[in-house]
Write a new protein. Sequence first.
Length: 671
Amino acid sequence: MDKSNILSKIEDLRKFLNQCNYDYYVLNDSKVSDYEFDTKLRELQDLETAYPEYDDPDSPTHRVGNDINQEFQQVAHKYPMLSLANTYNEGELRDFDSRIRKLIPGEKYSYVCELKFDGTSISLTYNNGRLVRALTRGDGKKGDDVTQNVRTIKSVPLKLNEGDYPEEFEIRGEILMPHSSFDKLNQERLEIGEPLLANCRNAAAGALKTQNSSVAAKRGLDCYLYYLLMDQLPTDSHFQNMQIARRWGFKVSENTAKANSIDEVFDFINYWDKERKNLPYDIDGIVIKIDSMSLRDRLGFTAKTPRWAIAYKFKAEEAAVKLLSIDYQVGRTGIITPVANLEPAHLAGTIVKRASLYNSDFIASLDLHEGDTVYVEKGGEIIPKVTRVELSKREPGAKPIHYITKCPICGTDLVRNAGEAGHYCPNYTTCPPQITGKILHFVTRKAMNINCGEATIELLYKDNLIHDVADLYTLTVEQMSRLERFAQKSAENFVQSVEKSKQVPFERVLYAVGIRYVGEGAARNLVKKFKTLDAMKNATLEELADAEDIGEIIANSVYQWLRNPVNIQLVDRLRSYGLKFEAEVNADEGPQSNKLEGLSLIVTGSFATPQRRTELEKMVEQNGGKLQSSVNSKTNFVVAGDKPGASKVKKAEELGIKIISEAEFLGMINE
Ligand code: IVH
């Protein structure tokens, strides 16, 4: 290579690595495998060592990454937060051991082998046994103060057990998201029409950086501690110190072992390389540390990493496969998800045929071309991931993949909102997968719990029997039994289950109608505050955002949804079929207030059940109102159900008295 080629190679590597760092640390969204990142970093390091004239203080080899998010206060670390040198092969691990032997000649030493948790690192400060601060790594010198979010993690002790710890000390570890929390989170995202998260590490880092700590609290994060920092440690053994820290109240992994030789270290590595698939969280390697703290002091640090520890990283299993085609899936909220169809390949015990390509930026960053051979990787990741293209296998003249601009199903121009990664099809009224997707969501167990599956919905839609969720309430046993696969009995069951769904409480109906970002929890909180859909409709954006755990994004989505005539028509139809758009108020437990003080009301007509009228009458009194039995000049409101008394209505009209619905009445007392 001539010199100008070397310089341009160095520059390309720096640009690539800077982009990776930005994606990983700033956007919490890594697009390359760790292996590829580390290989490229090392390639750059080697070139910079061989050609020192091209070194640059701003090169990615000279920094430890940066995850500073300006929205959090930055605080300096008392002790710098360094990274670990890492390796993927046995030879280098043996070199590490030989280096140590040379640096401390004649000393007997042992290692501690620990799991390398695949999360995001954290430094906790305790003062008089109480958690006072939690900082992310940041740039290693200062980090983001995420104390409020960390306080919500149940495994982080806020107050320590009795113990012999100094007034102030730090302890470091890893915040991670267990698979169970990750699966639950992605299931929720699926239900509210949000793109899925690629892996537990990004999910943990994202959760830690949420502005709203109550949201962080619901992410089911966990925290393992592995590094104690204080002037006078309890003992000279790191292993012992961590056992002591466990007694103070910290979560310290049980899956740690002392090793007296490098061969014992390999036994540990080999065991966990196989066993890691059975852990409830992701690990991406093993950390090997010198046990003795005094030997650690003698070994010291290089500029970026300790000489007394190294990370052995498991190589994510990967396979090179041919890209056959790309499907663009349309979700129920119109969100487009590109999915690669791949030549089937064995990977980490399963056959991989498809992999998510996330969005158009991801496809562009891969520079994907038709018929490319791509690497798919399944490390800790649940969803196989395309990491890179094997350029040497690209066919000459292969065409680059251009992201679609129109909906693959209905042909509508796709839209991409500023700040959002995904495109979506705005045609929510007639785009078929959006319609069937919405109906499918509506019938699920957590929503209306109607007894039918995807195939039935497709069939009903194809046969022109349903176009929206309200149409489900028009279906008759006769119509259903005419469908192929439907016997009389199953038709009856179906209609019965539709009928039964009318009793589903309002909060589940609100979830069922499929407002973007409104999951079960958001629906529950909105109903708790507003009680009725009408009250929700009358609320301002600020009032909506004021409900528990409802941020601006959800509030805005609800606000817009309630202002769309198509949705309002749908609600009116559903209401006319008997679905609940008001929270049920049990008269005895109903709100006790003086909201109706000074007002006289009368309740007339029939309501959902005969008891309901009595309940409403009770509510008038419980809220300080005067209940009347006939309309007169003192009457302020007539609460009218179905078929209200004709003479009462006439009198009210004559006297100009307002006639209100049950919902409006509930709105008055629950405002
Ligand atoms: S010790 C001086 N032990 O791996 C460095 N780190 O690649 C002290 N990590 O930044 C770190 N598990 O976030 C240590 N058992 C473990 C670990 C661990 C995961 C992370 C940590 C560190 C990164 C280095």
